[in-house]
Design a binder for this molecule. Structure first.
Ligand code: MLC
Ligand code: AMP
Length: 494
């Protein structure tokens, strides 16, 4: 029978006295605390007029209050829109215009919400005007359906037309149940939560595995190597992006003895190099379980909990998820042939918010979702990702769409055109850089361009280096040849 997320979490909730948050201030020590707080917030939100299908945007720093808010919004049937706190107001305004929210919740430190949206504040301590929303403890919670929308996660297009992936209860229930089974979660697990709470990795994969198994978690407000080293001996599972693992490995205290109580390390959101896998094994005596996911699909493939984990591979498709590799005309390919990765299953979203125009590009005629990733299956049915057909940089597990950054650079005074691309980086996997062509007779200063770009982009989107060039290399079609630029960039010293 189809379930909603609140039904799944209720069915899997442990004894109310069981721990929920450990070593984490915020008043959510037990599942009873969590239930009390979630119920209170759900009533507040309903009393404030939030109804099923309403969008509620939150752009707040990571804290236990975000978990409460996430769960309360699920109960109200609202479509939640978590937004990266690093986004500047200009980008937020674009998302707000698209999401058209009934309520916006932001950190009190930020300036007023751009636009005429009903808004309240909430800070990392769980205080703010959101607490002043009228309460009505007797308010009835709405009946939800598994096909209802749960969350809008914006992918690219913050400088152009936004693309919000709309995920349903059915999508996320499938993901949570599948991961709990595949990764062997039980209520004895303690997850060390180091990820942001505005992406599918930290909000859904990590948090929902805990809630759908009655486990507990240590919630760090930001990723911090020292605090992680302190917490790890009290935890059993860690989920991170490769940058987390390379930063932990850089500290010699991250070793076999420290992690002896850990049963599982999961990596995803970006490729983990075989070298990093090997370094991890050499230093800890353990292996990382690498998996593959996407905002639009949640988790797709995973190396096994028990059995062979292959570095450089993301493992077989997860149960219930169909993955195929096809050529340019969408004919399925045989084992070991590299092609476009496509996916189908109950985990796959239905489409982008208010963007029916994208349906044909997003899905094939027979309903397969085009991931934009390139890969091949090996003879054991493990998927190996080898690249991407989409123009995307993944830096420290965060996606940067070059077009978004090029639009900002091109709009700067004195810039004729620009090209943004990623180069290999030891720490971030890929590092964003840009080449810029100046208008005739204009002398551009790269550092001034970076500062100007910073006014309009989130910090992680700002090119780490800008190089002024005479012209951009182009292919026969007139498209900027980024492969040529990547080769040229290899000569750069930093
Ligand atoms: C921060 N900065 C980055 C960056 N993160 N620059 C490039 N790439 C990044 N990923 C910049 C900031 O703008 C700032 O620069 C400086 O680095 C320090 O900021 P910080 O906040 O102190 O960053 P730090 O703690 O070092 O963050 C690194 C990180 C973080 C790896 C912990 O980026 C992170 O949490 N990444 C995980 C992202 C994630 O959860 N992805 C999942 C997506 S879901 P300045 O100049 O502004 O001061 C998905 C699907 C799936 O992909 O499969 O899971
Ligand atoms: P996002 O749009 O933020 O959900 O990012 C999804 C993209 O991250 C995928 O399409 C892949 O390109 C990439 N990705 C996620 N996990 C992995 C992985 N284990 N290896 C390589 N790429 C990955």
């Amino acid at each position: 029978m189809s379930q909603t997320l609140p039904e799944l979490f209720a069915a899997r909730a442990p004894e109310p006295s069981r721990p929920f948050l450990r070593d984490t201030p915020g008043g959510l020590d037990t599942y009873l605390d969590l239930e009390t707080e979630v119920r209170r917030w759900a009533c507040r939100l309903m009393a404030a007029g939030i109804r099923p299908g309403d969008r509620v945007v939150y752009q707040v720093e990571k804290s236990p209050a975000v978990l409460t808010l996430h769960l309360a919004l699920l109960r109200c049937g609202a479509i939640q829109v978590p937004v990266n706190p690093a986004y500047p107001d200009r980008e937020v305004a674009v998302l707000l215009a698209d999401a058209d929210p009934a309520l916006v919740i932001r950190d009190p430190a930020r300036v007023a919400v751009p636009g005429a949206w009903q808004s309240v504040t909430l800070d990392a301590n769980g205080t703010g005007t959101a607490r002043e929303l009228a309460n009505d403890d007797d308010i009835a919670m709405p009946t939800l359906r598994s096909t209802d929308g749960v969350a809008l996660l914006y992918t690219s297009g913050t400088t152009g037309r936004p693309k919000g992936a709309l995920l349903t209860h059915a999508n996320l229930v499938h993901n949570a149940k599948t991961l709990v089974d595949a990764w062997g979660f039980t209520h004895d697990d303690v997850l060390l939560h180091i990820l942001p709470l505005f992406h599918t990795h930290g909000l859904f994969a990590a948090t929902h595995c805990v809630l759908a198994s009655g486990a507990s978690l240590v919630l760090l407000p930001t990723f911090d190597v020292l605090r992680s080293l302190e917490a790890l001996p009290h935890c059993s599972v860690l989920m991170g992006v490769p940058t987390h693992y390379s930063r932990l490995l850089a500290d010699h205290r991250f070793n076999a003895s420290l992690v002896r109580g850990m049963r599982l390390f999961v990596s995803g959101s970006a490729p983990m190099s075989p070298a990093l896998h090997a370094a991890f094994e050499a230093q800890t005596g353990r292996t990382v379980l690498e998996r593959y996911g996407m905002t639009e699909t949640s988790m797709l493939a995973s190396n096994p909990l028990d059995g062979v984990r292959k570095p450089g591979s993301v493992g077989p498709p997860l149960p219930g998820v169909a993955v195929r590799v096809v050529d340019d005309v969408e004919t399925p390919l045989v084992t070991r042939s590299v092609g476009h990765v496509q996916v189908r299953g109950p985990n796959v979203f239905g489409g982008y918010w208010r963007r029916p125009d994208l349906a044909d590009k997003t899905f094939t005629d027979d309903g397969w979702f085009r991931t934009g990733d390139l890969g091949a299956f090996d003879s054991d049915g493990y998927l190996e990702l080898v690249g991407r057909s989409k123009d995307l940089i993944i830096s420290g597990g965060l996606n940067i769409y070059p077009q978004d950054v090029e639009d900002v650079l091109d709009a700067l005074v004195g810039v004729r055109e620009s090209a943004v691309f990623g180069v290999p980086d030891q720490d971030l996997g890929e590092r964003i850089v840009a080449v810029v062509v100046a208008d005739e007779s204009v002398d551009l200063d790269p550092e001034e361009l970076r500062s100007a770009a910073r006014q309009r982009l989130a910090g992680y989107q700002v090119p780490k280096r800008i190089v002024i060039v005479e012209s951009l290399p182009r292919n026969a079609m007139g498209k900027v040849a980024k492969t040529v630029l990547r080769e040229v960039a290899k000569e750069w010293t930093t």
